[in-house]
Design a binder for this molecule. Structure first.
Ligand code: NAD
Ligand code: LMR
Length: 323
């Protein structure tokens, strides 16, 4: 059965990576035909035409039809999976929250278009920053779609945390499991390795608390800025890769002996306010996700998580007219 996949901002940096990876079968496997619906703003339609031409030139076996449009109602028509990437990125010296007001309107329009045109079982991943609150706006504007269908991307932070821990311990990232990113995709996020394993050993018995607090946590929290400083542009290939990881685990299931980090509507787990789009440790099975429950949180963890919750509550307050 072919699947319809929407990518917004498809002529941008991340979109240019994502479209080709999905069309090559990296999201749902080579056996599943994907029809791509690519959305851009009108001035970028010419560039988007070029993207469509290149997709055609790849002769991908898994690629069905490609639609390019500047009309959200067409882009989200019958959509099964939507990657909401189209939004302004931050530049040097900015925080992601500085984009809140500028990008918010995009997600209110797209939420309505999803509500009126998409498959009711759609899975939505918001990548455009500030991703968590943009996901909240999108969901609030799509009242006929289950709020559980809306998520925001923390997988890049999750992958960054794994990579930093692997580097520090001179191991391979494939040996690292049970890392969690809690909270917001911002510098208040809490990268947590309390339960992390390196092979069968507890990570905390290998690295010391000083490294965790003074190096690891700030490094992961600020990795986006570090990339912007180095590239002059925000992360793109790693973001597209994380977007594929997120959506494919959600649809096809996550590893049985591990968990991932996804920002999803809080159900009050771990004392977090209901409804904000908060990152938790998550397992996925049969196309559904579940929050990993009953992890012990020490005082440092609790305080870190509360700080990120507080920031998300403030972001929600700033855009409440769009909810
Ligand atoms: P980009 O500027 O290269 O591309 C964005 C594209 O979106 C542009 O082509 C633009 O024309 C398009 N666009 C703007 N408004 C649109 C609209 N209303 N509808 C459709 N398309 C629209 O930016 P990028 O580097 O691809 O980054 C995109 C977003 O993703 C930024 O907000 C960035 O901060 C964010 N990002 C998030 C993460 C994450 O982990 N959540 C990681 C990296 C980047
Ligand atoms: C990232 O984490 O790389 C993205 O959110 C881009 C940014 O602004 O940091």
């Amino acid at each position: 059965m072919p699947k319809t996949i929407t990518i917004t901002g498809a002529a941008g940096q991340i979109g240019y990576q994502l479209a080709f990876r999905i069309a090559s079968g990296q999201l749902l496997g080579i056996e599943t035909t994907v029809n791509l619906k690519l959305l851009e703003i009108t001035p970028a339609l010419e560039a988007l035409k070029g993207v469509a031409m290149e997709l055609e030139d790849c002769a991908f076996k898994a690629l069905g039809k490609v639609t390019i449009t500047d009309d959200p109602s067409i882009a989200f028509g019958d959509s099964d999976f939507a990657f909401l990437v189209g939004a302004k990125p931050r530049g040097p010296g900015m925080e992601r929250s500085d984009l809140l007001i500028e990008n918010a309107q995009i997600f209110s329009v797209q939420g309505k278009a999803i509500n009126n045109n998409a498959n009711k079982n759609i899975k939505v991943l918001v990548v455009g920053n500030p991703a968590n609150t943009n996901a909240l706006i999108t969901s609030a504007n799509a009242p006929d779609i289950n709020p559980k269908s809306f998520s925001a991307m923390m997988r890049l932070d999750h992958n960054r945390a794994i990579a930093q821990l692997a580097k520090k311990t001179n191991t391979h990232s494939s040996q690292i499991k049970k890392v969690t990113i809690w909270g917001n995709h911002s510098t208040t996020q809490y990268p947590d390795i309390t339960n992390a394993l390196i092979g069968s050993e507890k990570a905390k018995s290998i690295v010391d608390q000083a490294w965790i607090e003074n190096d690891f946590i700030p490094r992961v929290q600020k990795r986006g800025s570090e990339i912007i400083q180095a590239r002059g542009l925000s992360s793109a290939a790693s973001a597209a890769s994380a977007a594929i990881d997120h959506m494919s685990d959600w649809e096809l299931g996550s590893s049985a002996d591990d968990w991932i980090s996804m920002a999803i509507p809080s159900d009050g787990s771990y004392g977090i306010s209901d409804g904000i789009i908060f990152s938790y440790p998550i397992t996925c099975k049969d196309g559904e996700y579940n929050i990993v429950q009953e992890l012990d949180l020490d005082q440092f963890s609790q305080e870190s998580i509360k700080a990120s919750e507080q920031e998300l509550l403030e972001e929600r307050e700033a855009i409440k007219h769009l909810l």
